[in-house]
Write a protein that binds this ligand. Structure first.
Ligand SMILES: Nc1ncnc2c1ncn2[C@@H]1O[C@H](COP(=O)(O)OP(=O)(O)OP(=O)(O)O)[C@@H](O)[C@H]1O
Length: 249
């Protein structure tokens, strides 16, 4: 895998935190990324929208060093994904994590906070996400939505410079969804680069600065929400730039 170095010319927009060019990933005969290119900038929410199986999670796995692309270039802060220079600056909220199981949210977040040099205060993070109400309940006994909130807290506690949120509000009720939007907005305003995937067009319209539509492993459209919704809502744009999910071979 090749990696870009910094080439900052002082132009607007600010330098990319994530720079991906022509990424290709195949799992056996199945192509997950088919020449994907995308830039993520600091202080912006970049939303990656695509049908089921389009390659969104695979892209996040590449960015966090969990999957190595077969071809293309990918750099975070000018370094290789998963490298020692990058890892302390990255937060990841995966779609699912069963790993915590017996641990209660307060214990977990206190533990995670000790892994970082300058963590967010655990209490205020728990307050922002409404975690106090179930802070002492083992993770495995939490509802799916409560687990999502703990996963999000885990992604943010280390004050990352870039955070990858894989469907952060899937399964959340309206009130909790709004708390998450509010927190993500504040994280963005603090200068963090946020990449999030969602199937909720309303969420993307409300929260995202930049939108990238991915279909069958490649970006079919990108722009700001304003640019993309000039002639219609995001759902119509999404439908016009994606294809129905492919049946298994
Ligand atoms: N570990 C793997 N082994 C084999 N195939 C995989 C693996 N991970 C992903 N794929 C395949 O790669 C393609 C892209 O999957 P990916 O999970 O990235 O899609 P996605 O856009 O995140 O989908 P969703 O919206 O359903 O979460 C799919 O066809 C999927 O079946």
């Amino acid at each position: 895998m090749l990696h870009h170095g910094w080439r900052y010319s002082g132009d607007v927009p600010p330098p990319s935190v994530v720079s991906a060019r022509d990424l290709r990933v195949a799992f056996g005969s199945r192509t997950a990324l088919d020449g994907m290119s995308l830039e993520v900038h600091p202080g912006r929410v970049t939303s990656l929208l695509g049908p089921n199986g389009a390659g969104k999670t695979t892209f996040i796995r590449c960015c966090t060093g969990l999957v190595e692309p077969d071809a293309g270039t990918l750099a975070l802060f000018g370094h290789a994904p998963g490298s020692a220079q990058v890892l302390p600056r990255v937060g990841l909220m995966p779609q699912q994590t069963g790993a915590w199981s017996q641990i209660a949210p307060r214990q977990l977040l206190t533990y995670l906070s000790k892994l970082y040099a300058d963590p967010l205060p655990t209490d205020s993070l728990m307050t922002a996400l409404g975690i106090h109400a179930f802070a002492s309940t083992p993770y495995r006994r939490l509802s799916g939505g409560q687990q999502q909130l703990v996963n999000l807290a885990g992604a943010l506690i280390g004050r990352p410079d870039v955070v990858f949120l894989d469907e952060p509000t899937a399964g959340l009720d309206v009130r909790m969804k709004r708390s998450v939007w509010d927190l993500v907005g504040r994280v963005r305003d603090a200068g963090v680069a946020v990449l999030l995937t969602t199937h909720d067009m309303h969420e993307a319209e409300n929260l995202a600065d930049d939108v990238h539509i991915i279909d069958r492993g490649r970006i079919t459209l990108q722009g700001t929400v304003k640019e993309l919704t000039r002639n219609g809502d995001l759902e119509s744009v999404f439908l016009a730039h994606t294809s129905p999910a492919e049946a298994d071979a």
